[in-house]
Write a protein of this length. Structure first.
Length: 247
């Protein structure tokens, strides 16, 4: 299995603290997606997948409908997607994706988390080169299609890695971020059931740390992830075996 899959297995996204956090995160993604590409899921494949993910997370339908309506509301302050980058304790690179209606509040909070936990917030774009931006699709298997045949077919559409997730009995596809729409279109046109999709930043290199160092770094990461404006946090700290097993 390749680097992307091993990274995902090692740092499977944590549950976002509690159910309210899950609904908030998905609600923002739905609103942003609907505003950018339309509110009709039949004509907006990513919105359709997000709605399916919301159903899987037991997000009430009224919450989903409210998030979609928010996208076209004249009274709604639009979310801005803003990234922040910095170094945590012991030189660990941290990349933060946010969706916020108040960038002044968000940057002040993020800077505070770094300052109080032994880190330094960097300038925009300063650490982006340390991560590969990828789109990830989880699809249901087809009995008449082998993993090898699927990979050969999808290479031309921007997929650079195909793996079998034994935990979910699904196929996981990794592609360049810019090819997301092309890959999505292929899957739709060829009758694949997309169970979830996401965007990730995979570190080019993972840094080893001691147990004591890990605790300090995780303290900062946990604090950042608790912020209501934060959507995703990526880092280049190598997980230990216990973390990987619990993920």
């Amino acid at each position: 299995m390749g680097r992307a899959f091993e990274f995902r297995k090692a740092r499977k996204f944590k549950r976002w603290g509690n159910m309210a956090r899950v609904f908030t995160k998905l609600g923002k993604e739905i609103t942003i997606c609907a505003r950018e590409s339309g509110t009709d899921p039949d004509n907006n494949p990513r919105l359709r997948v997000l709605m399916q993910m919301a159903k899987k997370e037991n997000m009430p339908k009224e919450n989903v409908d409210r998030a979609i309506k928010r996208a076209v509301s004249k009274d709604f302050s639009d979310y801005k997607e803003v990234n922040y980058e910095g170094y945590g304790p012991h030189g660990i690179a941290i990349f933060i994706e946010t969706a916020t209606d108040n960038t002044t509040r968000t940057v002040a909070n993020i800077r505070s988390y770094f300052n109080k936990n032994g880190g330094n917030l960097g300038t925009s774009g300063s650490l982006e080169y340390l991560f590969d931006h990828k789109c990830v699709f989880h699809i249901a298997k087809k009995d008449d299609v082998s993993l090898e045949d699927l990979e050969l077919e999808l290479i031309d559409f921007g997929v650079d890695e195909v793996d079998n997730d034994e935990d979910t009995n699904e196929i996981v596809l990794y592609g360049e971020f810019s090819k997301n729409a092309v890959i999505q279109k292929y899957l739709d046109e060829n009758g694949y059931d997309v169970t979830s999709s996401e965007f990730v930043r995979i570190p080019n290199d993972l840094k080893e740390v001691t147990s004591e160092q890990r605790d300090a770094i995780n303290k900062l990461i946990d604090r950042i992830e608790e912020d209501e404006d934060v959507q995703n946090v990526f880092h280049n700290m190598k997980e230990d075996e216990d973390d990987a097993e619990e993920a």
